[in-house]
Design a protein around this ligand. Sequence first.
Ligand SMILES: *Cc1c(COP(=O)(O)O)cnc(C)c1O
Length: 224
Amino acid sequence: MNDVAAHGPLLEIRARMARAEAAAGRAVGSVTLVAVSKTFDADTIRPVLVAGQRIFGENRVQEAQAKWPDLRRTFPGTTLHLIGPLQSNKTAEAVALFDVIQTIDRPKIAMSLASECARQGVRRDFYVQVNIGREPQKAGALPEDASGLIGLCRALGLSVVGLMAIPPADQNPEPFFTALCAMARKAGLPRISMGMSGDFEAAIACGATDVRIGSALFGGRPQA
Ligand SMILES: *Cc1c(COP(=O)(O)O)cnc(C)c1O
């Protein structure tokens, strides 16, 4: 289990990230890869762990609970990010399982997470999710509500480290990436989670500190 067996797609993504970092004049290796393992089973995830990847993203609390406790016992030091919408009746489980929660999108969730962290006696890192394209079907705080929500999180004692967003699928993502970066800078937040399989190089060019990559690493997912 300690052998580091190469994983082709992981090597390829790391190489593409390095090229994008260098092209943007950023330090190679400075952008964090969050491997998005949603819908993939433990047998598909394990080779990526064996190859050395230790940061993963999941979008559903229950699915992550079923897969990760075992994998984590085998691969200590694995960090899990929640990247999907959170319901307030799931915050206890989310706080217990995830190291980082990227999807605070409304005051109710912030308050519920703060009381769960206090109750469980743990600290977690959080991102506020911004609905950067103002899309009705998408989660995230509207851009004009984000700074109030960040302020509330801080007042509640939550460690807010960054912003997360998913730009509209059918448009050039760059203006949205740039807007998210500007918001993070203004709020004094160092982390910016943006960029997926189809657009992570553009996200790195625009200042992403975390890219969330699923299908380019694990293969196609069945349609939801
Ligand atoms: C699924 C998902 C990703 C990864 O998407 P790919 O296109 O498969 O890389 C990234 N972020 C979020 C929030 C997701 O739900």
